[in-house]
Design a protein around this ligand. Structure first.
Ligand SMILES: *Cc1c(COP(=O)(O)O)cnc(C)c1O
Length: 404
């Protein structure tokens, strides 16, 4: 939760490290979040769309075969429940946020929406929401990602969005975000910038967390209904951190629920080629916000690496930085290879092909279950955020997991 004394801060993290022009726009946005998003009328309309259009509430599915697969010694370590964001329209949790922000833009009278995207999932979600609300949509995407994520580029175009390839830097997500911020500075009167994760300058981390907290709210209520009690732990993968913060916020007042985030360790932390910002980063500033970042001693931002484009980002939302320092949440990591193996395990035991991002969370569920069951001296119940489905990753899965 935000610091009550310093709005926009989570402990020492967050804030607004931006130019004068953007400060103005961010002030207006923060005001509109209070005046519009927090009101009953907006909440009713947005939640109505989540039901009738996105397909919420998403189920909480018990996965008994997966629970046995992570427990080869047969010690009855854990009951596992998946919060099924993979069943949302467009295939991941990102639509919860995109619909909320597009609705806010409409109410603010903005006539043009811009967004950044890496893997293309947030671009597709934003293009979808804009098509539904009849808003023109332009999506900045690194040209390297345009090449790697061709099916999502096609999807955005079919939905009527304009995709703008970005040629600067490493031509990936961080460069697309720089370019989107630049566009916003120039066109702030007419344009709404729809950020895709719980990162960026205040009020975005709080706004996105509010819109994604529907995940945790539902998961908490469903746990109580389906098991009669709260889970012992909640687990999610962490890129910018939006699906994880959405799940965690449902349990933020429940001290008995342990929170775990799993970052991408790429080729391994020691290789230097990873995206494990909280595990191996330093405190710094990226995209207008103070948090952990992957940078050298001089503060120069380093390239991230992950097999999963949605986790391939050298920053992380400021609330996670604070949850790490305070010890309320713990952050682990999983390598590319571990994520691939976990995706195969989930597909074969449960008939669910997870997104590569989500597979990182699954890769650590066994270790988390063992540790927590030992600490509590009994079998535990874990809720895992199944943040998205793996259709978009088919090409990677086919080349890495299926013998031709
Ligand atoms: C984008 C994405 C993520 C990572 O983003 P967060 O903001 O950390 O949630 C995770 N899973 C899926 C399926 C995604 O599309």
């Amino acid at each position: 939760m935000q610091d009550a004394q310093r709005p926009g801060y989570f402990g020492q993290y967050g804030g607004r490290f931006v130019s004068e022009t953007l400060l103005f726009a961010l002030d207006e946005l923060a005001r509109k979040v209070d005046e519009i998003v927090k009101r009953d009328a907006f909440q009713t309309e947005w939640r109505g769309l989540l039901t009738s259009y996105v397909g919420r509430p998403t189920p909480l599915t018990e996965t008994a075969r997966l629970a046995r697969a992570i427990d080869p010694a047969g010690k009855h370590l854990a009951r596992l429940f998946l919060k099924r964001e993979d069943l949302c329209h467009t295939g991941a949790h990102k639509i919860n946020n995109a619909i909320g922000q597009a609705l806010l833009a409409k109410k603010m009278g903005k006539r043009r929406i811009i967004a950044e995207t890496g893997a293309g999932q947030h671009g597709v979600a934003t293009a979808t929401a804009c098509a539904m609300f009849d808003l023109p949509c332009e999506v900045y995407m690194g040209s390297e990602d345009v090449r790697r994520q061709a099916p999502n580029v096609g999807r955005m175009k079919l939905l009527g969005a304009k995709v703008i390839p970005v040629e600067s830097g490493s031509r990936t997500l961080k460069d697309a975000m720089n370019e989107a911020l630049r566009d916003w500075v120039t066109n702030v009167d007419t344009t709404y910038y729809c950020i895709g994760s719980a990162a960026g300058p205040h009020p975005y981390p709080e706004l996105v967390a509010m819109l994604q907290s529907v995940i945790g709210e539902e998961a908490r209520a469903q746990s109580l209904t389906q098991t009669g009690s709260l889970p012992d732990g909640a687990v999610a993968c962490v890129g910018g951190g939006s699906n994880a913060i959405g799940l965690f916020r449902g349990f933020s007042s429940d001290a008995s629920v342990a929170l775990y985030g799993v970052e991408a360790a790429g080729h391994g932390i020691a290789s230097g080629q990873h995206a494990a910002t909280l595990t191996a980063g330093r405190v710094g500033v990226l995209h207008g916000s103070k948090s952990y970042v992957l940078c050298d001693e001089g503060g120069q931002i380093q390239e991230a690496h992950s097999i999963s484009a949605g986790l391939d980002y050298p920053g992380v939302g400021p609330e996670h930085a604070h949850l790490k320092d305070s010890g309320r949440a713990r952050y682990l990591s999983a390598t590319d290879e571990e994520a691939l193996a976990a995706a195969r395990m989930v597909a074969r035991t449960e008939g669910i092909l997870p997104a590569l991002e989500t597979a990182h969370a699954f890769a650590r569920v066994g270790a988390i279950a063992r540790e927590l069951a030992e600490a509590r001296g009994r079998p535990v119940t874990l809720v895992v955020c199944s943040s998205g489905r793996g259709d978009k990753d088919l090409e990677t899965y086919l080349s890495r997991l299926v013998d031709s």
